[in-house]
Design a protein around this ligand. Structure first.
Ligand code: UD1
Ligand code: MG
Length: 519
């Protein structure tokens, strides 16, 4: 003998949502971290149902795949042709023949519904021993919604779809939210008796209430304290309005737990995000997915964080980050791009116009300006000069670069992976490093500088540079001396023009120090 099933959740999600004008089924449109359907499933979670059935039809494959991703416990039930909400629930219950106790039905397009409201509805329903309980709300504009028609004693008489209303019923502002609790056995019987005698020729779930009221079963109305919870979504204008309402709700929630949000109107925090106390979020900021912002961290303005962790006291300014991990006290931006697996250890710095991918920046290490770091490990307290490129890709393979603890890489350097710069080593500015630099060594590949005296007066006569050189005391004599020196030294065929592109090995004794790297 099978166990009695005490609670079953049925989510209606087979409709097309024509007015969305979208290739995506309506219930899969996202707002703030979940799809419409995902929000409804989350609200139904505390019902602790034995089974959760989701009626799918339009875009059934897409909706089913989505369920697999976000709600492994939910079972899709196919309603191949959509003959109305009553028909949908009937099909769902056919696949749950052992359902007893309470059946909770939710429209799949009511994303602002709170879990607490569903719990209250079910508790009220079960306490009253009702045959059916509907969630209702008093709204300013009931257009398009089913009306709650009450009898002289104030009890529910029937639910009437707008297109089937009399003028007097049409004036009612108490509406059906599309969220219900039913007694399973009574519901099953009632669904078998539904007619299609209405303006749409559909089986209306709502007609079950009229049936029960007429046969003297207990029907109850649970009025939602916050009518915004019951708002459905039929087109993209409504979708945007729901998104704004949810944004305000989420922001308010975080502010009440001790987060400062400087401009709530331009701050969009997914319901899946967490923030620590005294975190500050500045304007035009989106926090998405599995993002977690630690206590007293500062994020924004103009920042998007997706699946990114920000440690306590860190600062993230005008940054786009995806799948990154910013350690406590670290500093990012302005204008940084952190890509998946970018990890900044405690107090590390990634500065302006820096892109980091799949790399670790060690504790207190600095990458302050204009740098690409890919597939690298940078040791603690290392300093990477402006314009350094971690050359990780040879057109076929990605390779790794290691920079040791407290190493110092001069500006405009290419580190051609695979390569290692040892602990405490220096790399001279402008070097292309293709071989390892041992710990404590200076790596230099830069050409030695030579100056061709008087070149500008000879080769750029009449320019503003030549005039400036003359004002600086350069004379025709110096120019001539430079030409003579060049004639005596250069190999045949080499032109003066080439000379400025040529070079030789850098001299010893002129290490890349303060002049070649940046703080
Ligand atoms: C329904 C209610 C209405 C209520 C409104 C609240 C009925 C008859 N009417 O109207 O009283 O005020 O919701 O939003 O129930 N669906 C299916 N299969 C179907 C038909 C619909 O799965 O055959 C799903 C839809 O995908 C949607 C939900 O059921 O998620 C509601 O359907 P919809 O067509 O939006 O009903 P409304 O006309 O809005
Ligand atoms: Mg609807």
């Amino acid at each position: 003998m099978s166990q009695p099933r005490l609670r079953t959740v049925v989510v209606l999600a087979a409709g097309e949502g024509k007015r969305m004008k979208s290739a995506l089924p309506k219930v899969l449109h996202p707002i703030l971290g979940r799809t419409l359907l995902g929000h409804v499933l989350a609200a139904a979670e505390p019902v602790a149902a034995d089974r959760t059935l989701v009626v799918v039809g339009h875009g059934a494959d897409q909706v089913t795949a989505h369920l697999g991703e976000v709600a492994g416990h939910a079972e899709p039930v196919l309603q191949a042709e959509q003959h109305g909400t009553g028909h949908a629930v009937r099909i769902a219950l056919e696949s749950a023949p052992d359902a007893t106790g309470t059946v909770v039905v939710l429209n799949g397009d009511v994303p602002l519904l709170r879990a607490g409201t569903v719990t209250e509805l079910v508790a009220a329903h079960e306490a009253a021993g009702a045959a059916a309980t509907v969630l209702a709300a008093e709204v300013a504009d009931p257009t398009g919604l089913g009306r709650i028609v009450r009898g002289a004693d104030g009890g529910l008489e029937q639910i009437v779809e707008e297109r089937d209303t009399t003028p007097a019923q049409r004036a009612i502002r108490e509406i059906n939210a599309g969220i219900y609790a039913f007694d399973a056995g009574l519901l099953r019987d009632a669904l078998g008796k539904l007619s299609t005698d209405n303006d749409q020729g559909e089986e209306y779930l709502t007609d079950v209430f009229g049936q029960f009221a007429a046969t003297g079963e207990t029907v109850a109305v649970h009025v939602a304290a916050d009518a915004t919870e019951t708002l459905g979504c039929n087109d993209r204008v409504e979708l945007a309005a729901l998104r704004r309402l949810l944004r305000d709700r989420v922001n308010e929630g975080w502010m009440r737990t001790g987060v400062t949000i400087l401009d709530p109107a331009t701050t969009w925090i997914d319901v899946t995000v967490t923030l620590g106390r005294d975190a500050v979020v500045d304007q035009n900021t989106q926090l998405c997915g599995a993002t977690a912002v630690g206590p007293a961290a500062m994020v924004g303005p103009d920042t998007t964080l997706i699946d990114t962790t920000v440690g306590a006291g860190a600062t993230v300014l005008r940054t786009h980050a995806v799948g990154a991990n910013v350690g406590p006290g670290a500093s990012v931006g302005p204008y940084a791009y952190l890509r998946p697996e970018a990890t900044l250890r405690e107090k590390a710095k990634v500065g302006t116009f820096v892109e980091v991918k799949k790399s670790e920046i060690g504790e207190g290490a600095k990458v302050p300006h204009l740098t690409y770091v890919g597939d690298a490990t940078i040791g603690a307290r290392a300093n990477i000069g402006a314009g350094t490129l971690f050359v990780n890709y040879d057109g076929v393979r990605k390779s790794h670069t290691t920079v040791g603890e407290a190493a110092f890489v001069g500006c405009d350097t290419s580190l051609v992976a695979p390569v290692e710069v040892g602990a405490g080593a220096y790399v001279a500015a402008g070097s292309a490093i293709t071989r390892d630099v041992p710990p404590g060594a200076l790596g230099v590949t830069r050409a030695q500088q030579r100056n061709v005296e008087g070149w500008v007066l000879r080769r750029r006569a009449g320019t503003r540079s030549a005039a400036a050189a003359e004002r600086a005391g350069v004379t025709d004599g110096a120019a001539a001396a430079g030409a003579a020196e060049r004639a005596g030294r250069e190999t045949p065929g080499a032109s003066e023009g080439e000379a400025i592109h040529r070079g030789s090995v850098a001299g010893e004794g002129r290490p890349a120090s303060g002049d070649t790297a940046t703080e």
